[in-house]
Design a protein around this ligand. Sequence first.
Ligand SMILES: [Zn+2]
Ligand SMILES: [Zn+2]
Length: 398
Amino acid sequence: MTTQVSHLFEQLKAHYDEIVAIRRHLHKYPELSFEETNTSRFIAEQLRNLGVAVRERVGGNGVLGFIKGKNPGKTIGLRADFDALPIQEENDHEYVSTNPGVMHACGHDGHTASLLGVAKVLQENRHLLHGNVVLIHQHAEEKPPGGAKFMIEDGALDGVDYVFGAHLATELPIGTVASRKGAMMASVDHFKIKIFGSGGHGAKPHETLDSITVGSRLVTHLQQIVSRRVSPIEPAVVTVGKFHAGNAFNIIADTAEIEGTVRALNKEVREKIEQEIRALLEGMKIADHVDYELDYLHGYPVLVNHADEVELIERLVKENMPEVVYETKEPELGAEDFAYFLEHRPGAYFKVGARNDDPATHFPHHHPKFNFDEKALLIIGQVFLGIVEHYLMERGHE
Ligand SMILES: [Zn+2]
Ligand SMILES: [Zn+2]
């Protein structure tokens, strides 16, 4: 470990109580995706108090902080999300949510507090920076279309060379940093299908176009896309979660509504599934004489990490963080809008273990009793600081 890195880590540790206090404040006052106006203002105020230049209302409630190094060089983007979820908290600690039905149940309060701690350390050390850091405080990660897309469209990545993001993970023990090269999280799309047949008497089916029979066959065919059209080596999911049709037992239903989700870990597979769904519907139209309407909503893309930046994180952890283990993460079919940042710039997304021996830290994300080991906030911060040190600080004589 270089003395420079250990200095940065020491400074971060010195701010631990403040980081925890900020996290608990955010936890107490959670706001839903796209409604985070107070959180957004709070973050901007914290950054201004540090003397960091701020841009507010970026693509919605997003906030950018600019740390300008003394010397020119590369610009590193560090992202933390800050929205909460529509969940009634069931914890009884002293910083429990005061906003009924809204809770920080994914750890975004922690991400934000950690990045604000990093901001403080970097601001104190900006005379050592050869380049700049953009603190990307992102709204609305939990709700498609998500805040990332709008922030990027509004210039969040202007001038940024590399971008990094982190997420707490209560499925991993404290002292773990996990990432993987290539696809790590899935794309997510949402389809809504309406089938228009024609109704009639249950005893005279030949005079009708039965939307339930046609819709049932469609659901079965949709299942065959993954099993018969996608390579068995490629993970993919087509799930129908909604099927509404009919009002009476003896009347043939004229319309059926079918909704579902499509997930994939590969852009080509994602596109193929959409094409197959469209082809099935066209076939259904001819074979079953019905009409249809399709609303195909594209959600977050596949999150694809860039190999060099994942290697950097692995190396940083191994060289600088003796108490932390680096792990190669298995891909998952959950989705994350940090994927958009990685479509535009090289970078990487990593997970930081946040469970300890206390069962209170064992609940999954989005659970009403979710909580985590706050020491993990230092680990996120250390990785971020290590990244900045790597790109923007000159190595002295060790
Ligand atoms: Zn979440
Ligand atoms: Zn999350």
